[in-house]
Design a protein around this ligand. Structure first.
Ligand code: URA
Length: 236
């Protein structure tokens, strides 16, 4: 059982106060009845919920975006360290796991789901899912460094990295978009061009963009639209 206002919030319809307004205005129907009480309890798997006459399909998988803060590790559990799953509070469920890995000192967008197939596809090198990072560097970024990053650099793997997209923001910050996810890849790429990452934050993955209203450590369920933008990677 879940409260109606929490269900709508989780679904991505709006903030807690916005959904309370929608409920009070009679815009929410559960099965064949308009429900005006935010604390109405429903059974997600059984009850049909309508917003402005449109049914909100039951989501069989869970999808969250987490604004990962520094200092927590990307793992489901750890004996010593705090993990990203420890941030999920009462939404922490047994089968949820983070898709891909951000280093302990990296911040930003982390997708958390229980959809293994989607995770597998998003992480597959064949799918070329773009991931954009905001990067701060120790040294000014030279033209030569930009050329090297965009062409691909030797980070000690069998092959050079795939070409990256570079958008210079200030002399020591950039947006770097890569389509691979090798261990410490961004840090190793900047090292390969004789620079050093001093701050790293992932801001997008595919079309999924870190919600600017999420404070570090906060999370929210993905909207239907956001889920759709990810699921297309399964169909390709
Ligand atoms: N590249 C890195 O070096 N670290 C991350 O956490 C993500 C990408």
């Amino acid at each position: 059982m879940i409260r109606l206002d929490k269900f709508l919030c989780d679904y991505g319809i709006g903030t807690r106060s916005q959904v309370k307004e929608f409920i009070k205005k009679g815009q929410i129907q559960v099965n064949d009845q308009v429900v005006k009480k935010p604390d109405f309890k429903l059974v997600e798997e059984k009850d049909s919920v309508f917003y402005q006459g449109k049914e909100l399909a039951y989501q069989s998988f869970y999808y969250y975006m987490l604004h990962k803060p520094m200092g927590v590790i990307t793992a489901t559990e750890d004996k010593r360290e705090k993990t990203v799953m420890d941030l999920m509070g009462s939404d922490r469920k047994k089968n949820l796991f983070p898709v891909g890995r951000l280093d302990k000192d990296t911040e930003g967008l982390l997708l958390i789901t229980d959809n293994g197939e989607l995770a597998h596809q998003l992480l597959s090198p064949k799918k070329n899912v773009p991931k954009t990072y905001y990067v701060e560097t120790a040294e000014a970024i030279s033209e030569e460094m930009i050329t090297m990053l965009t062409q691909g650099v030797d980070i000690g793997e069998k092959e050079a990295t795939k070409p990256a997209l570079v958008e210079i923001l200030t002399p020591t910050s950039l947006h770097l978009t890569i389509t691979e996810g090798k261990f410490h890849q961004v840090k190793r790429m900047l090292k390969a061009v004789n620079n050093k990452v001093t701050y790293l934050k992932r801001i997008s993955m595919g079309e999924l963009v870190l919600d600017p209203s999420l404070e570090k450590g906060q999370f929210r369920r993905l909207t239907e639209e956001e889920i759709g933008s990810l699921e297309k990677y399964i169909q390709r």
